[in-house]
Design a protein. Structure first.
Lengths: 406, 141
């Protein structure tokens, strides 16, 4: 079946609306994607027909909610091709997934003088949790530099590895530059030295097929809301062995086996890391989003987005006076640029009034933006439902901006 | 000109604009015409950092009035900075502390002062009022 964008667009109620009297052009998908009707309906259906607290409930509704919740765990396992269901931990999002690992990893493994390798293009959520872990353990952060085109400098990476390196944490796809990093190679290099690797997959899972067993990563983190699922739900995948070696993150109900004031024993995976009542409704929504993605076909979406990326890049090149940030040969559907020396806040404000939603600023990657010596970028990021006509509208708006600030 | 008169003058200017583009074109003009801040004040010490744009603000106290000069790296922010300076600079600490700044709403720029916008403008108003509190306290001693 060929890819019909109008058929896809029709499934997203929010895209049917106007902003400031014009059809909305939504190019802020790297921040969050919109949700298809099936996901929105699944949320309503859960609260109308299934809502109950899950696990250990003997009654009918609790059983149904538990089944739906655990069914999603299986869907996620297959979606990223994990080996076991219990390697899938539900969290609030990528940020919480990384915080969980950073906090538990510190308790189990980090000592003064140990080193963690990150990259210059990391999102703040893959920097700050490690800084916090370093503060309390005395470990240090080492940073893989970025080349002019926005690729990781792999020679520098290899040179950073020492016998004090305890973990490597890098992003799969840069949210600011769009670069798809060669993580398989990065993981293999670390594993030669028996160093575990965490991958921030927030910008990857909705745009390319992820297979955690082929990649070999020890941890893979992602958020639901950037892959057509509700906000407030995310996933931590971890290999069984390393998850078992980590102490729990939060304490509470669900994560325990036996509690007395003298001694508490912890539950098995995955429950050991899922303290408290989970976000059942949104987890079920995530399951629906995965079904939607698989029916639509991630490969089809990727091909469509790639076409949009090439088209937008060409149009921006033709427009002149555009400075691109991130020109790696392998990119996901993110395009970061500036119009000559114009401040991104100025351009973004006018684009907004013309109905074009892009993101401006440092995109929570301040070290990277400082590296380029700019106040931020304008970032257009594409998803399954975007069209070339929308890119044409963005280009018209950019012309208008150029006139206004000339 | 007191604060109320300055606000009324600005509201009058903006009442001529029928659409948002004229309004923004005027703000861009105001941004370009903002009196230049002395370069020695464009330093970290005078910086009000926003996530989206940055503002530098300097204040000096002269004969019972506070004189503000400011700058921003974004032109639209700078235009709105100009409007804030026109109203609050050259006023007494007491009047600055009591200014409600509602004229910003009535000229359709409230969005730019929202706490989530993070362009440095809301923090700039806070900082201007803080200067007023400090100068007033010093005067009372």
């Amino acid at each position: 079946m060929s890819y019909r964008t109008e058929h896809i667009r029709a499934q997203f109620p929010i895209l049917q609306q106007q902003v400031y009297g014009q059809a909305l052009v939504y190019f802020d998908n790297a921040a969050t994607t919109q949700k298809p009707g099936v996901v929105i309906e699944a949320l309503a259906a859960y609260y109308e027909k299934q809502n109950a607290n899950i696990h250990r409930g003997v009654h009918y509704l609790s059983q149904k909610a538990t089944d739906a919740f655990e069914e999603t765990r299986s869907l996620v396992k297959d979606f990223i091709h994990a080996e076991h269901r219990h390697e899938i931990i539900f969290t609030r999002g990528t940020t919480e997934s990384i915080n969980l690992v950073a906090s538990s990893f510190r308790k189990a493994f980090l000592k003064p003088g140990d080193e963690i390798i990150l990259s210059m293009m990391e999102h703040h959520s893959n920097i700050v949790p490690w800084q916090m872990a370093c503060e309390t353990s005395g470990a240090k952060i080492r940073v893989i530099p970025v080349t002019e085109s926005g690729c990781l400098d792999l020679d520098a990476y290899r040179a950073l590895i020492t016998d004090r390196t305890r973990l490597v944490a890098v992003t799969h796809v840069s949210n600011t530059l769009g670069t798809i990093n060669p993580i398989k190679e990065i993981i293999a290099t670390a594993h030669q030295h028996n160093i575990p690797v965490l991958i921030d997959g927030a910008q990857a899972v909705a745009h390319l097929k992820v297979d955690v067993q082929t990649l070999g990563c020890d941890f893979y983190c992602f958020s639901g809301h950037k892959m057509y699922a509700p906000m407030g739900v995310g996933v931590l995948y971890g290999k069984e062995g390393i998850l078992n070696a980590l102490p729990p993150y939060q304490g509470g109900g669900e994560m325990i086996k036996n509690v007395s004031f003298e001694r508490t024993t912890y539950n098995e995976l995955p429950f050991k890391f899922e303290a408290g009542t989970p976000n059942v409704g949104d987890v079920i929504g995530l399951g629906k989003a995965i079904e939607w993605l698989e029916q639509t076909g991630i490969e089809n979406i990727a091909a469509h987005e790639h076409e949009l990326l090439a088209y937008a890049t060409r149009k921006l090149e033709e427009c002149g006076e555009i400075r691109f940030f991130g020109t790696a040969p392998l990119k996901a559907a993110v395009i970061s640029f500036l119009i000559s020396d114009l401040h991104p806040y100025d351009a973004g404000t006018i684009l907004d009034r013309l109905g074009i939603a892009i993101r401006t600023g440092n995109h929570c990657t301040q070290p990277l933006i400082d590296h380029y010596g700019i106040p931020g970028t304008m970032r257009a990021s594409f998803a399954a439902y975007n069209t070339k006509e929308e890119i044409d509208r963005m280009m018209e708006a950019i012309l208008k901006v150029k006139q206004m600030f000339a | 000109m007191n604060i109320k008169e300055a606000e009324e003058q600005i509201m009058e200017e903006f009442s001529h604009f029928s659409d948002w583009m004229d309004r923004y074109n005027y703000i861009i003009e105001l941004g370009k015409s903002l009196p230049v801040i002395d370069p020695q004040y464009k330093t970290e010490q005078y910086l009000i950092s926003g996530c989206q744009s940055q503002v530098w603000l300097h204040a000096r106290y002269e004969e019972g009035k506070i004189v503000f000069t400011a700058d921003s790296d974004a032109i639209i922010t700078k235009g709105i900075v100009n409007l804030l300076i026109r109203v609050l600079s050259g006023q007494s600490p007491e009047d600055i502390i009591n200014a409600d700044m509602k004229y910003i709403d009535s000229i359709g720029l409230r969005d730019h002062l929202s706490p989530t916008r993070s362009n440095g403008l809301l923090a700039m108003i806070k900082q201007m009022k803080l200067y007023a509190v400090v100068f007033k306290a010093r005067e009372g001693r």
